[in-house]
Design a protein around this ligand. Structure first.
Ligand code: G3I
Length: 365
């Protein structure tokens, strides 16, 4: 079952960026005027730029589809490859929406990223109480073989395991208590990577997590725990090729160049590439006003630390327009309905965040 470990080189991750997107005329009709696409500016500096989206938005909003086609060199299926979307019943797969995203990617000439094979959220209700010692391994094996197998050799990369670390759960190994952990123990993480590599030996396989970007003690501790997980995966010869840094940032975060660079060096020393996988910025101090400028500043501060690192190969935002941001639905965030976390506003007009991202790419050597 164990696939030969593969050290991805930067060009493995970037190769997809070389495919110039073909934008059909009907999509061009809605394109907004902007000087150069993020995808093009990033590709000039060896970085793959893209975003996450839903099949529903591609299908119902041609102007948004045009914006995606114009800006992106890679597209992530934001929700449509999750268990909740793919597994309506224990014995049935429904690829309708995932295939719609894959079809869109094919039409505009960019690769799709897979997100995500193993997560404790977005599980269908039939999973409740059904992931146990007896069922968990065959469930994972069937799921990963079927889903990864369907898109074999066609995806840019897979987020194989998502958010497996949570220090709040108090385990010595830093792992989160999830249904998969309770059923299979800590080895479920390596198992998932082995299953993914067996289903698509050419896929770039990513461990993806959040809360590791800023200068807080909590983020520092989590970075250490993530490195320890990577060490255990490497010791088990699990085929993990890249670290996905989600980067759901907020305007009150402070970033530390030294601490983050040390972490990126540690990741690179372990032979992994780095991808920024879910970038956006929530404003958690709305009373200060001037949200767009403060959001843009947070993008710049973070990207100026992470983009120049030799291991960083991709920069992916979690949506392109505020209109569809998941943060708008997050009731735990103050004034969530007024958040403006992404590069384009609700009417697809460019914002200071767009300029900040473009400028960060432009500053790269
Ligand atoms: O769009 C509907 C809206 O019409 C409706 O009024 C509202 C009612 O609650 O729901 C809206 O859809 C929700 C959507 O988030 C909004 O973006 C869905 O119910 C909800 O299931 C969906 O959640 C997704 C979440 O993962 C859980 O799967 C988000 O789309 C998605 O952005 C979020 O993404 C995660 C990554 O997968 C992993 N990292 C963190 C990231 C943010 O939580």
């Amino acid at each position: 079952m164990t696939a030969a470990p593969r050290q991805p080189r930067r060009r493995d991750v970037i190769a997809a960026a070389a495919v110039l997107p073909f934008v059909p005329a009907d999509l061009c009709a809605h394109a907004v005027a902007a000087p150069a696409s993020l995808g093009a500016v990033a590709a000039d500096k060896g970085i793959l730029f893209g975003t996450a989206c839903l099949a529903r938005h591609i299908e119902t909003d041609p102007a948004y589809a045009a914006l995606l086609a114009r800006e992106c060199r890679v597209i992530v299926a934001q929700d449509d490859l999750k268990w909740a979307a793919l597994r309506p019943a224990p014995d049935r797969f429904d690829f309708t929406r995932a295939d719609a995203v894959a079809g869109f990617c094919r039409r505009i000439g960019v690769p799709m990223r897979g997100h995500t094979l193993v997560w404790h959220e977005a599980l269908p209700s039939w999973c409740n109480g059904r992931i146990d010692v007896r069922t968990a391994a065959p469930l994972l094996a069937t799921h990963i073989a079927t889903v990864v197998g369907r898109y074999r050799s066609r995806l840019h990369s897979w987020d194989v395991v998502n958010e497996a670390v949570d220090l709040d759960d108090g385990r010595a190994d830093g792992l989160r208590e999830t249904p998969w952990m309770r059923a299979l123990g800590p080895s479920y993480v390596a198992l998932a990577f082995e299953l993914a590599a067996a289903a698509d030996p050419s896929a770039l396989l990513v461990y993806n997590d959040f809360g590791i970007c800023d200068a807080s003690p909590k983020a520092r501790a989590k970075r250490t725990a993530v490195l320890r997980l990577i060490d255990r995966l490497k010791a088990a010869r699990a085929p993990v090729h890249a670290l996905g840094i989600q980067a759901h940032l907020s305007t009150s975060m402070t970033f530390e160049g030294r601490g983050m660079t040390d972490f990126l060096n540690d990741v690179a020393d372990r032979g992994l590439r780095v991808m920024i996988t879910e970038l956006d910025v929530a404003d958690d101090t709305p009373s200060l006003g001037n949200q767009d400028a403060r959001v843009a500043d947070a993008y710049a501060a973070f990207l100026d630390i992470v983009l120049p690192h030799r291991s960083t190969a991709a920069c992916i935002t979690w949506g392109l327009s505020d209109r569809y941001s998941w943060l708008r639905f997050l009731e735990s965030t103050p004034s969530h309905g007024d958040l403006r976390p992404l590069p384009y506003d609700d009417g697809y007009r460019p914002k200071p965040a767009l300029n900040a991202i473009q400028a960060a790419f432009a500053r790269l050597p």
